[in-house]
Structures are given as structure tokens and as C-alpha cells.
Write a protein that binds this ligand. Sequence first.
Ligand code: ASP
Length: 318
Amino acid sequence: MLQPIVLVHGGAGDIPFERVDGKLVGVKAAAKIGYHKLQETGCVLDAVEEAVRNMELDPYFNASYGSVLTADATIELEASIMNGANLKVGCAALVKDIMHPISLARKVMNTPHNFLAGNGAMELAEQESFEILHSGQLVTHYAREALAEWKEGLNKGEERFARTEIGTENKYKKVETETVGAVAIDCKGNIAVATSTGGITGKLPGRIGDTPLIGSGTYADNLVGVSTTGHGETIMKYCLAHTILKRIDFLKENAQIATENACKTMTERLIGEGGAITIDYKGQVGISFTSKRMAWAYVKDSTIHYGIEKNQHLQEFL
Ligand code: ASP
């Protein structure tokens, strides 16, 4: 019998110091809520969905409420969820004005398709009685400021930094990314993964990143589950989630080493930074990021583990 685990991340990036505490509170709460859900229903999909829903409500994260803005100052959301027991997936992109894109992605699992985007995704949301919010209700002051700062950088001819975003200097601190994700394993070794984001500040309308892409932002089978975060254009070229799985499967690396090596080699090869959280079939956890910070937390055996800085691993008994 394995120990059940719910592991979450709150996004990799150049997170400014003043956002650190809020993010740690958010990831710890999400891990606990996801774990309680797992105890309540025994279902890893329920656990990851619940953990992500919690972070979608939290303006400290770039997912649903608090999402970053496109160059047109709108919000376009994306999410994916995968069940490691049967490889069923649900993905949604170019979604607007709903509070829980991760739950819409889960509804996509019940259609004949894997991925719905734009109008089709919104039609499903309406059919499934999702509350459609007024345009602009998900926009925060922080996101507006981040877009203004991004535009200022662009006007100064610093597009390279502003569009690349990850790995930029502190002066672009408000364009850091803060996507959310969760991985869970139950005592029988069933694994599920969920990831949700608003993307990157100043993205062109219609841009889709790595988060809803299976193998890039999310992957789960009962061998390994991975949720990633960071510069989407980089992560999707490297298929980061599936690369971690391959390292565990073929190179026999453990979850931590595979996650570290995959993030490191991706950044060495493609420059863009990122991070990932992993649980493997032995119930081993992997957490790594090449960005300055990434908030993470997991609950296992009545203890919550968490951190946000490099090589930081704090724990508290629940
Ligand atoms: N990967 C996301 C994207 O590029 C952003 C993030 O992880 O924060 O859309």
C-alpha cells in the first residue's frame, strides 16, 4: 500500500519577494484541500481538480481570478486534466469569463473529444451550467499593472525581455507567471494531474501555451504524473511533462532526479525557464525549477511539506 499524496505548484517565475507569503499560504491551502478531497471521495481526479479550483479562486495565482492579461487587456484561460488509470484527458483553451476552467476541462473528458477551444468550449460551459461572469470580472489590479509594465518595456524596445518573460530581471517583476497545477496518487497507485493558467502577460489574443497540451503542461499515467509551469513556448517544444516520464521509464531515474535533469536540460537547450512537480509509481516526489522561485506544497502522512526558494523544504505536522 502506498501513502496517498497531493502535491501542488503555484507557478515558476521571477516571483517578487512581496508575493512569497501569499503564494505559500495559497499552495499550502490547496494541497490540504486536495488531500481532504482525496480522503472524502477516494478519487485522485477529484483531488487534483479541487486543489486547482482553490488556486483558481486565489488572486495570488495566474489562473482564472488573477490571470494575466493579453496584449488587448483580455483574459484567455486554459486548463488540462488527465487520469493516469486510463489515460483519459480533458483540455480547454481560449476560455473566457468562467471561474473554474479546470472543471470545464474535466467536462471535456465526457465528450467524444480530448480538447475543446474557443466558442465550442464556451458552449460546453453553458450546456454544463457554468456561471458565465461579466467580462472583466476576473481581472485584478495586479494584472492591469503587470500589463502596463509589460507595455512600457515594449515601448522602450525591450520586447525581447517582455515577451520572453521568464528569466527577466526584477524590473519586470510583475510579468512573472504563476500557473497552478496538482498531482495526486492514492494508496493503490492511481495518479491524476491537473494544470490551469491565464498564460503569459501581453500574449497575443489566440495564443495557446503548454498548459492545456498533454505531454507538455500535463501528463499522467499510473507510472508517473507531472504538472509543469514556466515559459510555455519553451515547455511545449521540449514536451517537458513527457520528457520527465521518459527519464523515469527509460533511464530509471527517480522522480526528483528526472524532474531536475529535465528542467535543467530544457533551459540549457532552449533558454526559457520552467519548473515541474512529479509523483512516480513508487510514491516518490520530484520538485524542480530553473526559474528564480516556484511555490509548491504537498501533503503526505499527516505532514505538509512546502517551499518556494531553491533548496528550501519546510514541513509542519497537520
Ligand atoms: N506555462 C504557462 C504559459 O506559458 C505560464 C506559467 O506556467 O506560468 O502559458
